[in-house]
Design a protein around this ligand. Structure first.
Ligand SMILES: Cc1cc2nc3c(=O)[nH]c(=O)nc-3n(C[C@H](O)[C@H](O)[C@H](O)COP(=O)(O)O)c2cc1C
Length: 412
């Protein structure tokens, strides 16, 4: 983590949902965010300290007055203020009903509540509790007080609750929390990140090839890998352009977003954008074929077979590699049903890419619509490296690190 990584104080309070905060820490770490956890004492029965310290790389703080075992910081600074010095935001996730009440009242009876009274950075809460607690007039009044004060709520979701009941009150999913939190943390991209001053172009999502005005040939690409790469590039200070096929993900704030539908639209957009970018990562799952004669309007059933004729789409990656100028770096993704080293190396060289990222699509636990991935990196020089199973945000960071580890960009 660089000294320019955004820094988050993650408050964890006494809710059963505290176990999910571990995943949140892992994901934030993968996104290049430095996480400092401050837990209430009542969070501790719910929250595994050692994994939290290992994932965040920092001690979990709980005590306002210190224990004597770890003297403050040797410079006589007050611990809750010292923690706030580097913070870009504070997120309380999960936020218990009790803690929301204490925040609303401005109590300062432990480290987290005291720290929040001095916080001048954005503060967010992700409540987690039984529906009755959440809907109780007292909780709603406290919640409203916080919202009026400019504190942002990441609302709870409906679903099964710890009590076994179903209802509103589950802490928002980690994906949802990241969607709201990350753009806030990266409002000012790091000026000295490893990609600062560089323009990065990412293609993502599927392409859809129309059969008629309502039907299409597509694939199951969710766009998550490309979005994770775009986020990771933003975190490293790049200016990021995204060309995205249709996905359910909202455009990533802070990026220049270009929606497209078909392979030909994607090709046109990438060809016009590539010359003004130094790094292109082709994570989109582009359809290899398109229907030869799409039907105008919606084809009606007529009791007969519908025979399709498909035309091969252009190899966008190969076409772009032919346009590559010195200083530009090109990364291609390959969806493979077998990871045979010789054919991967041949593909890497044949496509003219600087790095090939191979996904094993025969596995159902990774790839297309999964939040996790395991990939193999191949360079034209014949180097192979497996990035083991991890969240796509973690894999994205590792891919960018692998790119800069090749010595690119050589700006001297
Ligand atoms: C098993 C168990 C689960 C709990 N889950 C929640 C919860 O999900 N949300 C909540 O607001 N309180 C929950 N509580 C109650 C809080 O832990 C309690 O109000 C505590 O005082 C909160 O302390 P804190 O806000 O200082 O962390 C739970 C309590 C127990 C014993």
């Amino acid at each position: 983590m660089s000294e320019h990584s955004p820094c988050l104080i993650l408050g964890v309070t006494g809710s059963i949902a505290a176990y999910k905060s571990l995943d949140l820490i892992r994901r934030l770490d993968g996104e290049g965010v430095s996480v400092h956890v401050v837990a209430t004492r009542n969070a501790l029965p719910f929250f595994p300290l050692m994994p939290a310290e290992i994932f965040s790389g920092h001690p979990v703080e709980t005590e306002l007055f210190g224990t004597g075992a770890r003297p403050q910081d040797g410079r006589g600074r007050v611990p809750h203020l010292a923690l706030l010095e580097r913070a870009d935001a504070v997120l309380v996730a999960p936020a218990s009903a009790d803690f929301i009440a204490r925040m609303a009242l401005g109590l300062a009876d432990d480290l987290l509540s005291t720290l929040l009274l001095s916080a001048m950075v954005p503060v967010l809460i992700a409540p987690a509790m039984e529906e009755a607690m959440y809907r109780h007039p007292a909780s709603q009044t406290h919640r409203k007080t916080l919202l009026d004060r400019g504190i942002r709520e990441i609302p709870p979701e409906a679903g099964s609750l710890a009590s076994g009941k179903t209802g509103l009150g589950r802490m928002a999913s980690v994906d949802r929390i990241l969607e709201i939190l990350l753009p806030l943390l990266w409002k000012s991209p790091p000026a000295h990140g490893s990609l600062s001053g560089l323009r990065v172009l990412v293609s993502t999502g599927p392409t859809l090839e129309p059969l008629d005005s309502v039907r299409y040939i597509g694939n199951r690409s969710s766009g998550r890998m490309g979005q994770a790469l775009a986020r990771a590039a933003l975190a490293r200070g790049a200016q990021v352009t995204v060309v995205s096929g249709p996905t359910s993900l909202p455009p990533l704030p802070g990026t220049d977003h270009h929606p497209v539908t078909t392979a030909r639209e994607m090709e046109d957009r990438l060809r016009s954008l590539f010359p003004s970018h130094q790094l292109l990562i082709m994570a989109a799952a582009v359809s290899d074929y398109r229907p030869k004669d799409p039907v105008a309007g919606k084809r009606k059933k007529d009791g007969r077979e519908w025979t399709l004729s498909l035309l091969e789409n252009a190899d966008i990656l190969k076409g772009l590699s032919a346009m590559k100028k010195p200083g530009q770096f090109l990364v291609g993704f390959a969806a493979e049903s077998s990871l045979d080293p010789a054919s991967l190396l041949e593909k890497c060289r044949n496509k003219g890419v600087d790095l090939l990222v191979a996904n094993d699509i025969s596995r159902s636990d990774i790839g297309f619509s999964s939040p996790e991935n395991e990939v193999t990196l191949i360079t034209p020089a014949g180097e192979f490296r497996i990035l083991p199973l991890a969240d796509k945000s973690v894999i994205a960071g590792q891919i960018l690190d692998a790119i800069t580890a090749t010595g690119w960009p050589n700006l001297s």
